[in-house]
Design a protein around this ligand. Sequence first.
Ligand code: HAM
Length: 433
Amino acid sequence: MSQKIRGVKGTRDVLPIDTYVKDDDPWVRVGHYDLVEQSARDLFPLYGYREARTPILERTELFVRGIGEVTDIVGKEMYTFDDHGDSLTLRPENTASLVRAYVEHNVNQQEPETKWWYLGPMFRRERQQRGRYRQFTQIGVEAFGSPGPRIDAEQIELLDRWLRRLGLAFEMHLNTLGDAACRPKYRQALQSYLRSRSQELCEDCQGRIETNPIRVLDCKNPKCQEIAAGAPRMEEFLCDACKAHFAGVQEALQRLGVRFVIDPKLVRGLDYYTRTTYEAIATSGLGAQSTLAGGGRYDGLVRDLGGPDVPGIGFAAGVERMALLLAQQGKERATQPLVFIAPLGEAEAARADQLAQELRAAGLSAEVSFRKANPGNQLKRADALGARFALVLGDQELKAGRAKLKELRTGAQHEVSLQGIAGEVARLLGTPR
Ligand code: HAM
């Protein structure tokens, strides 16, 4: 036998069966993902978001300029390769890509306000852990063109509603990072405080003092956390405009009935943020990787990537983390067939294929058996597939043009005419067609 080829570290297969998933992750099936994705597809358009799809491959420069050279993502986590002289990268996130598309297609000249949502794989070479992978899936939204605080609150309310609809338990954290007018002063004050305590910080944070001091605030090291607790707070440095914006976001959230906690440590790992930042953090079940979704405002990014001075705000959610929680709760989107048809002979098989075709044409799902087996085993198979009805098709049924449709859960038998089978099934479901 040839040697088996294993999947790449940090990636995972998601299959419709119970399957072993590496590194103690619980079983997650396609149905869990599907529930997350379908709920986004249903909900986001109600807020005016339309789907945008951009390539997985982008020029490396986009992320270096967009996310920031000193971030962990750009510094050590990108999958970058040379493509005959061009440096390309597998996208580690999608905000920079959507901004590129927005700028490249002059979208602001066609519409003053734009709302896009997206779904797709992202790639970061991170240390693998439960809820943290090297290929993962994000669902996100970006809104361009609205500078005021009401859009921030609307978007946070959307995230809140989505996670609640799925039944996930979380807390919404909120912070502000100021803007180009006030953050530099804060940065300076923070730097001088951190320099005075530099010997006590972890090695990474000692480096961050000069490159990205704000990131020291969310370091997980207990000693760094203790030092961060005594650091100057952004709040004390906010300019009037940023203060008013932050107050506006909070008022609007209160009006919409969204609960949140102010979290000064919420600084985010990407450099493009200005003013509002927010995260939905799972209250249990995920361990260290408990942030379900994160986002914020990025008022300078469109301009920094060569576009007009248009503000933006967005969030992205990690589908794997949401699916893990749903798997723990036993919730998933059902993908079972509605009718299982088991023909007993050759002539019956041909009729079964036609019946399945008629059902599917009417939008009803059907599965035909391709195996030769006795009726008892066929019914067992229907049960294993989770079918609602089973129809065993023998010589008699074929001649009479009538058959018994067995409801597997209750054992009830419904006599139906094979002619017009779709109408018969629809009638049983209470949805005439
Ligand atoms: P982010 O915080 O880097 O933000 O990622 C958002 C979410 O993606 C995280 O909260 C997490 O659920 C999920 N995620 C991130 N990395 C991994 C990983 N290695 N494995 C599994 N899940 C992961 C962004 O990406 C920004 N683009 C969000 C944004 C949109 N800001 C403005 N607009």
